[in-house]
Design a protein around this ligand. Structure first.
Ligand SMILES: Nc1ncnc2c1ncn2[C@@H]1O[C@H](COP(=O)(O)OP(=O)(O)OP(=O)(O)O)[C@@H](O)[C@H]1O
Ligand SMILES: [Mg+2]
Length: 183
């Protein structure tokens, strides 16, 4: 189990980037009345076949040649199941992958979210050539950040320009401030 859910999100998004995705959607959805937290990462990367989907949930499977164990997916799955939740991988070769984990919000062992603002910023700024859609929702209040929209507004200014990063940090922080799920 990792110390923060945001670390799991970074891990899972990293897999999408390794799989060649150039559009990654991250959805964090809290449903208070159902005591539920849902985290989804969807990408348009190279995908996996049925056999691979089964194998990647086993901690000893990896396609990285320099290491013998892959732990990102098994750890995320273990955390979800330990917190009375569920874990699912939907994937199709050359189409993409959807990873969906659910958690019982009130479970005593549920790791804290961590700093969601900085997590989003790190991914957006660290991978300027990948587009992200972040959707954070707590009981009907939704914050969406779509980097395709941001880039359109910016025209030729890169998304990792210091002034843009400063603006995004404030913008994301302001929008997440009142959302319980972000803390
Ligand atoms: N989004 C994805 N698209 C395509 N393949 C994926 C995706 N996510 C994971 N995989 C495949 O599953 C394997 C296992 O992933 P996992 O995150 O568990 O371990 P890893 O990335 O190999 O190593 P680690 O995360 O521990 O650095 C990857 O090596 C990759 O082959
Ligand atoms: Mg990984």
């Amino acid at each position: 189990m990792l110390a923060e859910l945001s670390m799991h999100i970074i891990d899972i998004v990293q897999n999408s980037i390794s799989a060649g995705a150039d559009l990654i959607k991250v959805k964090i959805h809290e449903l208070k009345d159902r005591d539920l937290l849902i985290i989804e990462v969807e990408d348009n990367g190279k995908g996996m076949d049925k056999d691979q989907i089964n194998r990647v949930q086993d901690p000893f499977y990896t396609t990285k040649s320099f290491k013998r164990v892959g732990l990102g997916i098994p750890l995320f799955k273990q955390t979800a199941e330990h917190c009375d939740g569920s874990f699912q991988i939907l994937s199709e070769p050359s189409k993409g992958t959807l990873i969906r984990a659910t958690f019982k919000k009130s479970h005593v062992d549920l790791p804290p979210m961590g700093n969601l603002r900085d997590t989003i910023l790190t991914l957006v700024v660290g991978e300027p050539n990948v587009d992200f859609v972040f959707e954070v929702e707590t009981d009907g209040v939704v914050f969406v950040l779509d980097t395709r929209e941001v880039k359109k507004e910016l025209q030729d200014v890169p998304i990792n320009h210091p002034e843009v990063v400063k603006f995004l940090r404030e913008y994301i922080g302001e929008n997440l401030k009142t959302m319980e799920v972000a803390s």
